[in-house]
Design a protein around this ligand. Structure first.
Ligand code: LLP
Length: 415
């Protein structure tokens, strides 16, 4: 459930008509709902109330400081993949002690900074990374808490670009090789073995791949225990899917119940790294129709947002619902291809959408709160969109629109 609903024929973000936001801040514009973010975070937190747990929001899904701040105020943890994300979390008031550092290519300076601020855990993705972390921890005179990210060889049955838990993917350490790496980790004085981590993919709409992965992770924990290596937490990554169009993903409560059933009385703390399930349906991208362009074969609605603003349709052929800000705008009812101004045939936001459209209408692309702004670019020298957060009746600009001059302000010509 989210807080982007119609009242009569007018689309609201919480208690604000989205058209008012367009009028004040222009388009294209991302709009986030604070109440929806909080609701989704609490759904996870509440679902695991029966055992120690940490809900670590995956910052890559939405790294706007206002979003991070809203979650930090709830006591959220954060899953990061770069020092850039680390600095954002700290600036937003996030607790370093609740930061999990994932990612296959952690640089030495990133590891050093994470050790300095005292993060909760490194999710280590390879043996050379373990050795590097140990060396840097020794230089800093500290002990580094680690989990190994194991690759459980489970098919997430999601889009191939966002499935990560198969043997052939670059992620994690083969679960069969992991025992030896754990033994090595346990032998290093600068390393504290804290947990086991896995993340098998994103936008999962059934629980069975998660449960298969958990089964394999628990078996590994047992094998480690038999060798005198005891771990405190299981980090099961992110990946719970959301409803974009007709999907019916499990709720966090269903997910928690299924995990609890398998975990039974094992005492592990559970860490999760949900991104999309918290932020996805907490945001929309608002765009205005610039031109209607009927051709012999298609009806194109050319809007002022493009693939540089929202890449998911172009990159994954992702379908996200597109709805009008006013349902009674008049105009032509047709199957429209909603396309942006970028010079690529792949620049579309939706194809063959039945909509009644006139020039100047506002459209909302739903489910854009995760992997929307964070994947945006300046392609075609397009300034990135404004971001606004709605909180009840109030709207707050949380990132102003870039200006064209800013795009080249750091560039230099030859002397
Ligand atoms: N933890 C790790 C280690 C991850 O790699 C990811 C996502 C997450 C957590 C969060 O997963 P989530 O709960 O959001 O599914 N750009 C793609 C999604 C890429 C996901 C990458 N990793 C998209 O727009 O669909």
């Amino acid at each position: 459930m989210d807080h982007f609903n119609y009242r009569g024929d007018t689309l609201y973000a919480e208690d604000v008509p989205v058209a008012d936001i367009a009028e004040r801040f222009g388009t294209p514009c991302y709009i986030y709902s604070r109440a929806t973010l909080e609701r989704h975070w609490h759904a996870f937190d509440h679902a695991f109330r029966g055992r120690p747990h940490l809900i670590g929001f995956a910052v890559k899904a939405n790294s706007n400081l206002a979003v991070l701040d809203v979650l930090a105020r709830l006591g959220s943890g954060f899953d990061i993949v770069s020092v850039g994300e680390l600095e954002r979390v700290i600036s937003a008031g996030g607790d370093p002690g609740r930061i999990i550092f994932s990612g296959v290519g952690k640089r030495a300076d990133e590891i050093r900074r994470a050790l300095t601020v005292g993060i909760r855990c490194f999710n280590v993705e390879s043996e050379p990374e373990l050795e590097r972390i140990a060396r840097i921890a020794a230089e800093a005179g500290v002990q580094a808490p680690v989990s190994l990210r194991v690759n459980p060889d489970v098919d997430a049955r999601s889009h191939p670009y966002i499935s990560t838990g198969l043997r052939e993917n670059k992620f994690g350490i083969d679960i069969h090789a992991a025992e030896a790496v754990y033994r090595r980790a346990a032998s290093l004085p600068q390393i504290r073995v804290a947990g086991i981590d896995c993340h098998i993919g994103s936008q999962l709409t059934s629980l069975s791949p998660f449960l298969d992965a958990l089964e394999r992770v628990l078996a590994l924990a047992d094998r480690l225990h038999a060798q005198g290596i005891d771990i405190g937490h299981l980090d099961l990554g992110g990946g719970l899917g959301i409803r974009y169009t007709t999907e019916q993903p499990p709720e966090p409560a269903d997910y928690a119940e299924a995990l609890e059933h398998r975990l039974a009385d094992r005492p592990y703390e559970i860490i999760l790294e949900p991104g999309r399930a918290i932020a996805g349906n907490a945001g929309i991208l608002l765009t205005r129709v610039e031109y209607l362009k009927p051709t012999a074969t298609h009806h194109f609605a050319i809007v002022d947002a493009a693939m540089n603003d929202l890449l998911r349709p172009a990159l994954y052929q992702a379908e996200q619902e597109i709805v009008p800000a006013r349902r009674d705008s008049g105009g032509e009812s047709r199957d429209w291809d909603i396309v942006g101004p970028v010079c690529e045939t792949g620049d579309f936001l939706g194809k063959r959408r039945r909509l009644t459209l006139a020039e100047g209408d506002l459209l909302a692309i739903r489910s854009s709160g995760a992997y929307g702004f964070t994947m945006s670019s300046n392609y075609n020298s397009r300034p990135r969109a404004a971001e606004v957060m709605v909180d009840g009746e109030r709207m707050h600009l949380v990132r102003r629109r870039e200006t064209p001059r800013e795009l080249f302000a750091d560039e230099m010509v030859l002397p």
